[in-house]
Design a protein around this ligand. Sequence first.
Ligand code: GDP
Ligand code: ZN
Length: 458
Amino acid sequence: METDTIAAISTPLGEGGIAVIRVSGPDAIAIADKIYQGKVKLSDVPTHTVHYGHIVHPETGERVDEVLVTVMRAPRTFTREDVVEISCHGGMVPVQATLEALLLSGARLAEPGEFTKRAFLNGRIDLSQAEAVIDLIRAKTDQAAKMAIQQAEGRLSRMIRRLRNDIVETLAHLAVNVDYPEYDAEELTSQFLEKRCKEILQEIDRLLQTARQGRILREGIATVIVGRPNVGKSSLMNTLTQENKAIVTDIPGTTRDVIEEYVNVRGIPLRLLDTAGIRETEDVVERIGVERSRQALAQADLVLLVLNHAEPLTDDDRKLIRLLKDYTKVVIVNKVDLPKKIDLDEVRSLIGDAPLITTSIKEEKGIDQLEEAIARLFYLGKMEIADQTYVSNTRHIHLLNQARQSVQEVLSGIEAGMPLDMVEIDLKNAWQYLGEVIGEAVAEDLIDQIFSQFCLGK
Ligand code: GDP
Ligand code: ZN
């Protein structure tokens, strides 16, 4: 038996909403108790049980994170030692802080593969099993990661090259017209250019969309619940968090400063944002200027708009619907258990193609349909996440946005009837930005050379 107690983060950082820290060794439970604040003392609980609580920093006494702690006593554990697993909210800061709290309280940072080594030394697994586990861990952490990155980059490069080819062809048509106006190239009309540019724009948007999906995979879908006071926002929030086992506070009615809560709706990670702010700001429409709510909305991937079935639609409701015009949203008409006063036809006419769900949160009706609507909205995106996350790099996102902007300028140039050689510059810029993504930025004079050859050879 080893004598010391080791700790390490056992899930990849930054993936999903939850990170797990594993502690193993004779003092695992005692050490965890030093930093755990909850209704129980971990040393008293039965083995293989889970407990809600907070991690408190041993020096500052500050609350570090809301957690679920699993206590597993030897020998029925992976290492055959006492094991404590702490599920944190995730995100770099609280996880690192929790690990730090453990290390300050007597645990030692585990070496790579050390949990497996202990399992082997304690007779839990044989050497080949140990090696297999270590290989797997290694493969998971570096090779697999590298391969995934290479593949993603390979696909991104191919897509960028194709896009740049499209631009070159378009430029070639353009150059023929600019250099040899008398030649009057056949289909070179601004309509042709416009059509091509719109296609290019679509492609760039598709790439940028994958960046959004990558973020969603890492961080969860940023979700904001809005609606007039008293429509049932807090009730909805509670229902979503309870049904989906989010880590929530156990002190009802206390003011707390929750910035975000994670829930898992049909396999889709939702990050409910800035709920405290929204809850305090009861009159959302009037006080939408409140910086926090605004920020929450600005970050939102998904908005849940709650309306009241038992009251006629108000101007505030209409204002809110207009404000949310361009958001991905689900419209929830709550309190169907009460007599109908709302005009659902008007609601439908205002909300476009957003799904409309009627609920009674009080009587727990319509929640399934709501969850299904949320899942359906993201179903396609979710299915494609694993396969389609080409763009994750901030520099790439920035360059793609610049390329997008340039193509947009081509389009507005055409619309404004600008001369073609002016438009040409913007298109070349787009080509250049895309080139920078794959490290093929080419000097301006070389570009000219390429295109002059292209035209003369024609
Ligand atoms: P918020 O101000 O939008 O956050 O609304 P709350 O969630 O605080 O709810 C306001 C009141 O409406 C509370 O008394 C809830 O119990 C009640 N409420 C919420 N949902 C329903 C529902 O579906 N039916 C009925 N009859 N009452 C509800
Ligand atoms: Zn409320």
